[in-house]
Design a protein around this ligand. Structure first.
Ligand SMILES: Nc1ncnc2c1ncn2[C@@H]1O[C@H](COP(=O)(O)OP(=O)(O)OP(=O)(O)O)[C@@H](O)[C@H]1O
Ligand SMILES: [Mg+2]
Length: 310
């Protein structure tokens, strides 16, 4: 019995974040897949009037194809809880926790798993000069807005002058800034679907930095799935991903990013609770290797829809 077969499925996309364009692509791909499988799916572009639009269109279940602020961080999830509309993926708490890289890393450390050393700067409550005067990590560093995606606002800093500029840049996007040790190594990512890790995927950006252009320009990055790694390391990375997914309380699909350093350990960078869902995104690529087609993947995610506060 499919509880969603006769329901109006709203595919929520676009939205108000810096990742709007990517989200429109994810949403378009999800919408096509749902229509192909016979669902009564409608596209919903998320704006300030979203609650009214959902009512007008008669949406009975929400498939979230949003990324970044207001979509991936618990905001839209909270609104759907209040409206009583089942939605896909992680809860309000898990979404907002995973959105904040600094808080997620603290939890990963508590779990005893490796993540690059880091410091946290709160531009709202701290003085930058005081923070810099006590700074104790060695270069190079990665400076990130704690709650952004798609590498937006992330800079590598090689010295104290660059560090200050990088923090000021990141703080324009988020008052919460993460300053993290740069880790040289191979970059891998692992989707977790309904508690179970999918094949590990290695990303090799041709420019050397997996930035916005490398992520969304065709041919700019080489992908290998399953990643060519020793079996034991693959199992370790999948085990770490599963533990992090559980500790954060994720549901549906999520995707954890790591860098394998020269000491052989996979260092956790972040976990995404609404990863890209275009037909060429990382999660669909890995799912395909596991024998799950894009349409099946979308349907499996749809089945995770529920209101989660009860
Ligand atoms: N500590 C680090 N050492 C080396 N490279 C890093 C580090 N942190 C981030 N990077 C590089 O920057 C990219 C973006 O970083 P990260 O995954 O933390 O941010 P994001 O913008 O939220 O990504 P996503 O698009 O996956 O949501 C990584 O994919 C990696 O290539
Ligand atoms: Mg990432």
């Amino acid at each position: 019995m499919n509880p969603f077969k006769d329901k109006i499925v709203g595919v929520l996309m676009g939205g108000l974040s810096k990742e709007r364009e990517v989200s429109l692509r994810s949403g378009g791909a999800v919408l096509d897949a749902l229509l192909l499988r016979g669902y009564d799916a409608v596209p919903i572009d998320v704006g300030p009037d979203i609650a009214e639009v959902i009512k007008q269109k008669g949406v009975e279940v929400a498939f979230l194809a949003l990324h970044g602020r207001y979509g991936e961080d618990g905001c839209i999830q909270g609104m759907l809880e209040i409206l009583g509309i089942p939605y896909t993926g992680s809860s309000v708490l898990a979404s907002s926790l995973a959105m904040d890289k600094h808080l997620t890393k603290d939890i990963v450390r508590q779990e005893g798993l490796p993540t690059p050393d880091s410091l946290f700067f709160d531009a709202h409550h701290e003085d930058l000069e005081v923070f810099l005067s006590k700074f104790c990590l060695s270069f190079p560093l990665m400076v990130k807005p704690s709650r952004e995606g798609s590498t937006i606002g992330i800079t590598k800093a090689e010295n104290a002058r660059e560090l200050k500029v990088a923090i000021l840049e990141a703080a324009k996007l988020d008052t919460r800034v993460l300053v993290e040790k740069f880790v040289q190594g191979r970059e891998v990512t692992v989707p977790i679907l309904n508690q179970e890790p999918l094949p590990v995927l290695e990303v090799v950006p041709k420019s050397g930095f997996y930035d916005y252009a490398s992520k969304y320009t065709a041919g700019a990055t080489t992908y290998t799935c399953p990643a060519e790694l020793p079996e034991e390391l693959t199992r370790t990375i999948q085990d770490y991903s599963k533990r992090i997914y559980r500790r954060i309380g994720c549901e549906g699909v999520a995707r954890a990013d790591f860098i394998i350093a020269s000491d052989g350990l996979p260092y956790f960078l972040e976990i995404n609770t609404l990863p890209g869902m275009t037909a060429t995104s990382l999660v669909p690529k890995s799912a395909a290797v596991a024998g799950i087609s894009f349409g099946e993947l979308v349907e499996k995610i749809l089945f995770t829809a529920r209101v989660k506060v009860q």
